[in-house]
Structures are given as C-alpha cells and as structure tokens.
Design a binder for this molecule. Structure first.
Ligand code: 5GP
Ligand code: ZN
Length: 115
C-alpha cells in the first residue's frame, strides 16, 4: 500500500529505529513507547489487521509469533514481555497495518483487573 505509514517504514521511506529485518518481517521501536522497551513487529506484506488475515497468512503469522521472543531476548527482555495486537477500531487500532507490539522492561501491570 503506497500511502500506508508502516509500509513506508518497512520500505525505509520513513525513518525508524530498526530492530530487525528479514525478507518478510520488519521490526522497529514505537515512536511513543509505553515501557522502557516497546517495539513493533510487522509483516512487509500489507495486511490491514487481524480482521483481514486469512488462511493464506498462516505461515506469516506463525513466523511473526516465533520471531517475537527472539527479538525480545535480543532487546534484553529475558524475563518476559507483553504482546499486544490491537484489531480494528473496536480494538483501539490506530495504524491499519497489522503489527504486534512487544513491550517490557518495566512494571507490566496485570492486564485485566477484576473486582
Ligand atoms: P495501534 O494503536 O495501531 O496498535 O498502534 C500504533 C502504534 O504506532 C502506536 O503505539 C504509535 O505510537 C506508533 N506509531 C505511529 N506512527 C508511528 C511512526 O511514524 N513511527 C513509529 N516508530 N511509530 C509510530
Ligand atoms: Zn501497510
């Protein structure tokens, strides 16, 4: 997608703090980190969100999930990390190019509080 900000980042047309790149994936630090380590892993292929993912993306999504912990360890997150995939407007997604947030290095609160 020519006007997609994350496609442009993956192509190097918009600068980013790159974490990783291979033939199918690209990872870069979030411009507004919510923790000491906060980067995103994206497919180079433009998939708008998980709502647009289908069976043709199974291998790609698997590759993303297997790559995420390798990159997290390289970023010093030996003790664990949080992965977040916001999906669609209802999921709070702001950039419509599928991405996994990888977050850690600080106090990560329990995600759901039940009273
Ligand atoms: P979403 O809410 O769609 O899951 O997350 C989008 C993320 O992209 C946000 O955390 C935001 O800070 C990050 N972001 C938006 N624009 C840019 C950018 O131009 N460069 C970088 N590195 N991150 C961005
Ligand atoms: Zn895109």
């Amino acid at each position: 997608m020519s006007d997609c900000i994350f496609c442009k980042i993956a192509r190097g047309e918009i600068p980013s703090k790159k974490v990783y790149e291979d033939d199918e994936l690209f990872a870069f630090h979030d411009i507004h980190p919510v923790a000491p380590v906060h980067f995103m892993l994206i497919p180079k292929l433009h998939v708008a969100s998980l709502l647009e993912a289908d069976d043709s993306h199974i291998a790609l999504l698997g590759r993303m999930l297997v790559t995420a912990p390798k990159l997290a360890r390289q970023q010093g997150l030996d003790n664990g990390f949080r992965t977040v995939i916001n999906t669609g407007k209802g999921g709070g997604q702001e950039v419509f190019h599928l991405h996994i947030h990888i977050i850690g290095g600080g106090l990560i609160p329990s995600m759901m509080r039940r009273n």
